[in-house]
Design a protein around this ligand. Structure first.
Ligand code: ADP
Ligand code: MG
Length: 639
């Protein structure tokens, strides 16, 4: 069933990625070898796992990775006798990037590089395409530079591979612009990648990758922990010590960095490493890493799930966090190893296995404790963590978990007093006399929330208000939350009274008095706005603005409604309360109008304008902008 030579184009994303890589990673050429060895090691892991159920796949020789260099031909080959690939798998894995959202991400990356430079979008919140504000080098790391990095040193690459259990082999060849596929011969299963190296050019910094010393050096540096022998002629270049089996203090920072890159497929250094040792009825070890950058698809439904590997009795079982961590810790990478679990594991078994569940609980506890320590001891590092992963961590407070309080303790948020985010402990420490709650404001961004009229009374008193501006905030804040005995209260709740008891009493009295004098005006306004709001009341919270909108505790906020609508959900219209500032001149004017002619059509018009203003002030959208601007024009023409 020979299909002859087929010519294929690279997927557009692959071409773009290749282009970016060659132009942004040129000073790190050596890493191509780490990537090829990493792939070979993955392929051996997969074979060893498949051998558990299909012993006939066991190769004749030892599982190994072999390097072969030819100085004269200027070629370097990396052989493995791992799982190999079928022809279809070659097409799917090499030449295609399957991660959803890649195209959008690459486009955003191009756009941001073309725009005002790398920092222009840095203020955006984590997630979505926020990562596009970073330098290309950092961003490209999110894909795991992978196989294509070989094009930094080679102008032609040949890959010959044969899937374990299959008889035919496939040859893939590329000069960087599309590729060809052919049938091929290979004595046994596995993969050989041969690089036809670019001409050696010292000035360009290109090393001689056919030189034994150079190769040894690179393997030692980047791939020492690989658990299969990496051989050059008869010599084994790596020590093969499983890194997680070693003592905590025996691992250097550099080893951590390289091991992290190997398992995470990330190009950047990790932010933090956590060693875990579970002891008791059974034993398990874990080496966990917190990345320094969020991958671009962290928030996407089908986003990354690789990067946490499970080994049982040294056999790789799977590379997926979903059985070992709750979703809100999905950013953690690393390896979990135990000799006490059964090798006979499947995903279904893992979900029920009591020991696996115990490991999971242990990991959660250790990760949260490590984060707490980081927050207290190294606030700057924690700040980086929070920027990248805070929004994901907060998802933990809407899960069926018992860690809500621990997570709340880790929360940071900017405030009216502080642009850099602060913790709740700091907030509580500087609460003012008479203040008995933790106040917050939600919104789409810190700037939008900061402009809200709801904050006027807080500003007037010097009371700090926290800003929660991630979409997930609306969700976890719907449940009553307490920190150190203080309740978290939205500054946009209706009937909110702040101040000392005396102040509250005094204000309430003043409000009653104005209510009496404005009673008829309020009635007229209510009638005019009955389709828009559920009530029109006088407020004690406004000092400058004439009006604001407030919701009842537990009501969906406008941001939340918008979010649900975008997610395709039907959201009933939630009416809020329009609060008016009784001391504002506008109110005096309305009372005069009403006194002169209770049926003055301008009353209804002003009511709508006040409502529109309140919406605009909180950064919301007008239901009918055209009507609003018509009203304004009419108003300008009246004198
Ligand atoms: P990643 O390793 O992050 O998936 P790569 O670009 O390094 O990305 O490799 C792409 C895919 O090609 C791998 O996921 C794997 O499926 C396949 N592949 C690469 N090298 C090998 C190999 N030596 N043996 C088997 N499959 C391989
Ligand atoms: Mg790889």
């Amino acid at each position: 069933m020979s299909t002859g030579t087929e010519r294929h184009e690279f997927q557009t994303e692959v071409r773009e990625l290749l282009d970016l890589m060659i132009h942004s990673l040129y000073s790190h050429k050596d890493i191509f070898l780490r990537e090829l060895i990493s792939n070979a090691s993955d392929a051996l892991d997969k074979l060893r796992f498949e051998m558990l159920s299909r012993p006939e796949l066991t190769p004749e020789g030892e599982l190994e990775i072999r390097l072969e260099a030819d100085k004269d031909a200027r070629t370097l080959s990396v052989h493995d006798n791992g799982i190999g690939m079928s022809r279809d798998e070659v097409v799917a894995n090499i030449g295609t990037i399957a991660r959803s959202g890649t195209r959008e991400f690459l486009r955003a990356m191009h756009d941001s590089a073309a725009a005002e430079g790398p920092d222009s979008l840095r203020d955006r919140s984590v997630g979505g395409l926020g990562g596009a504000s970073r330098a290309p080098q950092e961003m490209i790391g999110q894909f795991g530079v992978g196989f294509y990095s070989s094009f930094m040193v080679a102008d032609r690459i040949t890959l010959v591979t044969r899937r374990a259990g299959e008889a035919t082999a496939t040859r893939w060849e590329s000069t960087g612009d599309g590729y060809t596929l052919d049938d091929a011969e290979r004595v046994s299963a596995g993969t050989t990648v041969t690089l036809h190296l670019k001409p050696k050019d010292e000035e360009d910094g290109l090393k001689d990758y056919t030189d034994a010393l150079t190769l040894k050096d690179i393997v030692k540096r980047y791939s020492d922990f690989v658990t299969y022998p990496i051989r050059l002629k008869a010599e084994t270049l790596n020590s093969m010590k499983a890194i997680w089996a070693r003592g905590k203090d025996e691992i250097t920072e550099e080893e951590h960095r390289e091991f992290y890159k190997h398992i995470s497929h990330d190009w950047n250094d990790p932010l933090e490493h956590i060693s875990v040792h579970v002891e008791g009825n059974f034993e398990a070890r874990a080496l966990l890493y917190i990345p320094s950058k969020a991958p671009f698809d962290l928030h996407m439904r089908d986003g990354v799930h690789r990067g946490l590997q499970l080994f049982v009795k040294r056999v790789f079982i799977m590379d997926d966090w979903r059985e070992l961590l709750p979703p809100y810790l999905r950013f953690v990478r690393g390896v979990v190893a135990s000799d006490d679990l059964s090798l006979n594991v499947s995903r279904e078994i893992l979900q029920k296995d009591r020991q696996v569940q115990a490991i999971k609980r242990h990991l959660v506890r250790r990760i949260l404790a490590a984060l707490k320590e980081m927050k207290e001891q190294r606030p700057e590092t924690y700040g980086t963590f929070w920027t990248e992963f805070g929004a994901v961590l907060k998802e933990g407070m809407i899960s069926f978990e018992d860690s809500h309080d621990k997570i709340l303790d880790l929360v940071l948020a900017p405030s009216t007093e502080s642009a850099p985010p602060i913790g709740l402990k700091d907030y509580v420490a500087r609460m003012k006399d008479g203040q008995d709650a933790i106040y917050y404001m939600t919104g789409t961004s810190r700037d939008a929330a900061a402009r809200s009229p709801h904050l006027e009374a807080f500003r007037a008193r010097g009371w700090e208000v926290l800003f929660f501006v991630d979409p997930v905030d609306e969700l976890w804040l719907r449940l009553p939350r307490q920190f150190e005995g203080k309740t978290l209260v939205s500054a946009a709740t209706s009937d909110l009274k702040i101040g000392t008891d005396e102040e509250k009493a005094r204000e309430e009295e003043a409000r009653k008095a104005s209510e009496e004098s404005l009673k008829d005006v309020l009635l007229a306004l209510r009638a005019a706005l009955q389709d828009e709001v559920k009530d029109v009341r006088l407020s004690t919270r406004l000092t400058e603005s004439p009006a604001c909108l407030v919701g009842d505790a537990g009501d969906l906020s406008p941001q939340m409604q918008e979010l649900l609508r975008r997610a395709g959900q039907e959201v009933p219209k939630v009416k809020r309360v329009l609060e008016l500032n009784p001391n504002h001149q506008v109110m005096t004017k309305l009372r005069q109008l009403h006194a002169l002619d209770a049926k003055d059509p301008r009353l209804a018009m002003y009511a709508e304008l006040l409502y529109g203003q309140a919406l605009l002030a909180e950064g919301g959208a007008l239901p009918d902008p055209a009507a609003f601007s018509r009203r304004l024009t009419e108003l300008m023409l009246q004198t």
